[in-house]
Structures are given as C-alpha cells and as structure tokens.
Design a binder for this molecule. Sequence first.
Ligand SMILES: *Cc1c(COP(=O)(O)O)cnc(C)c1O
Length: 400
Amino acid sequence: MNRSREGSEDRPALLGGRPVRPEGPPVWPGANAAVEEALRRAAAAGLWGRYHSEQSEALSAELAEFFQVPHVLLCASGTLAVEAALRACGVGAGDEVLLAAYDYEGNFLSVHAVGAVPVLVDVTALSWQLDAELLAAAASPRVKAVICSHLHGGIVDMPAVLELARQRGWYVIEDAAQAIGGQLQGRRLGSWGDIGVVSFGGSKLVAAGRGGALLCHEARLAQRLRLWLRRGPQEWAALSELQAAVVRPQLEQLPARTAQRAARAARLEAALAPFGALRRLAPLETPQTQPAFYKLGWDYDAAAFGLSRAHFLAALQAEGIAIAPGFRALHLHRSPSRYRAASPLRHATDAHHRCVLLHHPVLLGSEEDVLQIAQAVAKIHRYRQELAALPLPAPALSAD
Ligand SMILES: *Cc1c(COP(=O)(O)O)cnc(C)c1O
C-alpha cells in the first residue's frame, strides 16, 4: 500500500491525522437525571441553607449499610479523612506510619502533617499495591499505623495486612478513595481497616465536587474522629446537605456501574493483549472479589512497544483518550530525611517509570468507546518510529 495515499485518519493525530475521538474523552460527571432530581428537591426544601440535616443523616445511614460498618462520619475531603484517621489512631510526633512507596502523595504528606515519619514499603511486582509480606521487616517500636491504598483497579491483600497488624498492635487505615464499590472476599473495600476512607472529590467514582467519609468499626475510634471533626458543637469540615444529596443517588447507582466498568476493563484488556506491551495490573485472585476502577492501571513496556512512555501518552492524548502517567514514587526526587525506607523500593521505582492510567469515564461508555482505545493504540504502534522522533516536553505525573 502506498503510504502517501492513505487517508489522513490513518495517521496519528500527533502527526497531523484525524483523532480517533475528535470530541475528546467523555466528560465527568456525565448527565445524571437522578442527581439533578435530588438537587432540585433539596433546593425546594431549602436544604441549601441548612447545617447538618436530613440528607447527611440519610447518607450516613446508607453508607453504614453499604459498607456494613456501624459508624460513618462525613467530612470535607478524602485527604482530610486520612488526617482525621491518623489523629484518631493517636499517631503523632515521633511515631512511624507504614505506607507503600508508590502511593497517593497526600497520604505521605498527611503523615507529616501529624508530625509522624512515613516508612516506605515496596509494592508487589505485578500489582504495584502495598506488599503485605514486607511489612514485618519494616516494623519498629515506633510504628503505630499502616495506610493501605487500593490503587488503579488493584487491591491490597487486606487479610494479610490485618493479620500482622493485629499481632503488632498497629492500626490499619484503609484508603478506598479510588476503589469505592469494590469488594474483597465479599466485603466492601473501605470496610476492612480499623478506619476506612472514601472520597467524593470531583473526579472520583462518586463525585460531589469535594467531600469524603470515614468508615469505622469501633465506637471508641468513632468518638475520637467525631471530636476531632468538631470545635465545640461546630463541625468545621463538614459535608454540606447539597453534597450529601448528590452522593445518595450515585451510591444507589454504584453496584451496576462498578459491574459495567469491570466488564469494559476486561474487554479493553483483551483488545490490547495483541500488542504485548500493556499489562493490566494483576488482580488479587480470591473468590467474591471485584475491583473498582477510578483509574485503570497498566504496566507499559516502552521497549516492547518501541516508543517512550512520554511519546506514547502524548500520542494517545492527541487521539482524544484520557490517559496519563501514574504517581511519582514517594522516595524519588525527595530528601531521604523525610522518610525511612524499609526495604529496597525496586517495584515502586518501576511503577514510577512504567505506570500508565486510563481515567474511568470511558468505562461507562459503549463497547465501541473502549475499542476506540485499542484502535488508537494500533495506529500509534504502526507509526511508532515517526512518533519517536518528535520532541516532547516532560509529562506531568498524575496527582490524583
Ligand atoms: C483522591 C484520593 C485521595 C484524596 O481524596 P480527596 O477527596 O481528593 O482529598 C486519597 N487517596 C487516594 C488514593 C486518592 O486517589
């Protein structure tokens, strides 16, 4: 075939061709009639001017039911919830907190915010989640708590973490900000830890612009959370009635949406398999386990594909696909005086360099929407040599 006579839609958008998705990625949140109706009713009832009232009370009860936990506290964000959890667990100056070296940066900073020292633990080779087997070697008399974040469609081995934490007297803070709706062995992610955290941030799977919740088993810990979230009678970092009103219908929609996203993720995995360069982060293979996909994470093998990660991502973004690099690993480009490294952090370093993240909204679209991603990847693969010659600015790493 004569390349020069190919239609322009066959060339990558970055080389002047027509993008696979000229309209760009799907917007988030999409139109949601149930949310609009809930807002209309809340406004008509005057709830926009109220403090703590019927919507937040109903939401707390619904979250307690959904997660099967006795105590739920609503608050202003997931980040704030992590700090509240650390404080309720009594973590303070001189204490240590274990967390994965590949984790949400806010968690690392929250440990500092309470005056404690982050102790970085490597992630597993194939799933890039906190490696429970390395926790024992990271122990010290100063460790008070472990933060476990389920990231990018992966799931931390919570039974293994909890077993060790129980022996050592450590608290477990489970960050399910990326995994709301997921399950491990029939139990909701977020309900495994002593305290679980979810986020209702604007990009998250259940979105209220901002907001978060704390899920808690023990009355004593719940009381400490409640005290910290109040100054006298005032809740100083509350979720508003209107935020609660928009979360409630989304919680109802969540199980069906979680199943649809999982089905689309599986379809995409199959469609990308022929390239041999994109491996989905390994799932935890236990019964009654269902991941949730705030981001769908992949291990991108630049050498196998024949294109740097930066070029690959820039080319896919130009096709109208919402894809980005993963997190910056916490031990890289940061002073070692700000953490203790419990072990070599080899896999976290790999995750830093190789992770690519597909943003979730496309997983609620049609099968055609996810197949377009494979089409775009195919096009980029055909033109990889030409693309590799393009000068590119360094990409920003994912912040959320
Ligand atoms: C988004 C996120 C948070 C923080 O939630 P906010 O509500 O945005 O503060 C915490 N942990 C992880 C893993 C996240 O992805």
